[in-house]
Design a protein around this ligand. Sequence first.
Ligand code: PMP
Length: 397
Amino acid sequence: MFDHLSSLPADPILGLLAAYRADENPRKIDLGVGVYKDEAGHTPVLQAVKEAETRLLRSEETKAYVGPAGTAGFNAAMQELVLGAGHPALVGNRVRSAQTPGGCGALRVLAEFANRAKEHATIWVSDPTWANHVPLLGNAGLQIKSYPYYDRATSSLKFDAMVETLKQVGEGELVLFHACCHNPCGADLSREQWQVLAEMAQKQGFTPFIDMAYQGFGDSLDADAYGLRLMAESVPEMLVAASCSKNFGLYRERVGMAMAIYRDADSADRGQSQLLNVVRGNYSMPPNHGGAIVEAILTDAGLRANWEAELTEMRERINSLRSGLVESLEKAGAVGDFHFIQQQKGMFSFLGITPEQVEKLQQDYSIYMVDSSRISIAGLSQNNMEYFCASVAEVLE
Ligand code: PMP
């Protein structure tokens, strides 16, 4: 039965990681994988998470099943984190959600849910977008089309072309937006641009589907949700996939939320019964541990303050690396204008060099990044910045 199966090529990022691990050059740098790293190159467990885990270990009395939606406490706290307290959609009792295994679980559940509402519905994604969006959404049955988003030649948004393409999108179609910290390009929509898109969604009737994987990594928890909240005030229906992997550092615990906003409470109850049925037919119910940590942190003032401080520290480190990188590239005499890196947000930016130059950085300097020249900013540090910038300057000569 399985003998005829051919092997698929290895995931490029995992292949890169294996090559990095095997490299014996002490100056090697990994800018491939999208996890936050501190100055020492570690991805630590947050103190607030450790403390929440300690408390849970003491207070937990059962491991009995929770149910397909996860706990009510988790869902209420996450809905408020994402939408902000008192958001009209919450006040109108039009929001329903489920705790999911990571943001990926949320994307997949919502894609299947949307496919139930309208089979093979079209979903428009940005060009470029996170590579895993394609299988997560496409394998659920949705048809994927793309809208222009980022211009690699000028390292800036193609907003006019984006609007021009989205003008043809109407009712029964979905448009995927990155809430903040766009992966892979780091270029986010301005408030004015979100306003234009919200008006288009309202007028044309398409359904926004927002992927929020980096809330708190750009400007602040609230500022990063600005576009999402505005969109949710402007349209009757919307989908949101939220991830707690980055902002709580809970990557391997797999925790996220699939949230839907409906026209009214009655349609919300019907929709939620379908969404939970999708969950039941996939993995039945989410793992509890990560969700219990998030709930504990968000509902305890002390833990929450500690978490927000740690999140701020991660964000500020990334933002200072961004300005440090621009400065050091200039100092190293790298050909080109890299100021765009300072304006961009979150974990990633495209350096904007050719695949041949990327290859040369790997072969000659042991610097690892994906072919597109997307770099994971947090892989840089005070220790490796100078070496990195000098190497880039040399391959750009
Ligand atoms: N969306 C985007 C854009 C991402 O970059 C990621 C993480 N790389 C996710 C969703 C989901 O990640 P996870 O399933 O680990 O929460």
